[in-house]
Design a protein around this ligand. Structure first.
Ligand code: URA
Length: 194
C-alpha cells in the first residue's frame, strides 16, 4: 500500500473514531495536516474551539502565533505536518484525560511512522511530556526543558524532539512570548538545520 493510501485510511479511521468519550462532544475530529514527507512535525495538545469547528489544527489565535514562530525558525507552515496528541476537542478546552490520551496515541504513532519527521516540535507541557516519555526520556518541567533538543526514537523512527511552551500560553502570559520566540529563533532553527 502506498504511504498516501495508508494515510487516507488512517484519516478515515480518525474521522469515524469512537474510542473515547471525546467523540460525543466534538463537531469535527482534527486529524492533522501537512505534507507526508515533512521534515518537521509540530504536535500540540488538543483541538480548541476553532479547530473543532473547522476540522483543522491550529487555526485560531494560537495558530496565527504558531505560523509566525515557525517563520522565525525558517519554516513555512505549509512545509510542516501539524497535529495534536488528541484528535478531538475536550469539552470547554479542559486538559485531555489519561485514558483519552491513551486511546488516541496509536493514531499519533501511526502518523509519526508515516511522516518519519527528522524533528518534532512539542508545544505545551502535555505534548512535551507525552513525546519525551514515548521516546523513553524524562519529563521534568517546561521551565527547565524548553528550548532543549533531545535525540530519541519513537515508533521505530529516529528523530529529534524540541520542547517549548504552547503558543496559547503566550497569549495570556505575554512574558512567555519572548521565550517562545527565542526558542524558535535559536534551538529550533538550529535543529531544523541539523
Ligand atoms: N491548541 C492546540 O494544542 N492545538 C490546536 O490545534 C489548537 C490549539
Amino acid at each position: 500500500m502506498s504511504v498516501e493510501e495508508e494515510y487516507r485510511r488512517l484519516v478515515e479511521e480518525i474521522m469515524n473514531c469512537t474510542k473515547c468519550r471525546l467523540h460525543q462532544y466534538r463537531r469535527n475530529p482534527v486529524p492533522g495536516e501537512g505534507p507526508l514527507n515533512a521534515k518537521v512535525m509540530v504536535i500540540g495538545e488538543a483541538p480548541g474551539r476553532n479547530e473543532d469547528l473547522q476540522g483543522r489544527p491550529f487555526v485560531g489565535a494560537a495558530g496565527q502565533l504558531l505560523n509566525k514562530l515557525l517563520e522565525l525558525a525558517g519554516l513555512k507552515r505549509e512545509q510542516v505536518y501539524i497535529t495534536n496528541i488528541v484528535k478531538c476537542r475536550p469539552p470547554g478546552n479542559r486538559d485531555p484525560q489519561e485514558d483519552e490520551v491513551k486511546a488516541c496515541l496509536p493514531y499519533l504513532l501511526h502518523q509519526i511512522r508515516l511522516v518519519k519527521p527528522k524533528l518534532i516540535i512539542a508545544v505545551g507541557r502535555h505534548s512535551a511530556r507525552t513525546l519525551l516519555e514515548l521516546a523513553g526520556l524524562q519529563w521534568r518541567s517546561m521551565s527547565e526543558q524548553h528550548g532543549k533538543t533531545y535525540h530519541g526514537e519513537i515508533g521505530g523512527v529516529k528523530l529529534m524532539i524540541t520542547v517549548t511552551y504552547h503558543p496559547a500560553a503566550a497569549l495570556y502570559k505575554p512574558p512567555l512570548r519572548q521565550k517562545l520566540e527565542d526558542d524558535f529563533r535559536g534551538p529550533i532553527a538550529a535543529a531544523v538545520r541539523e
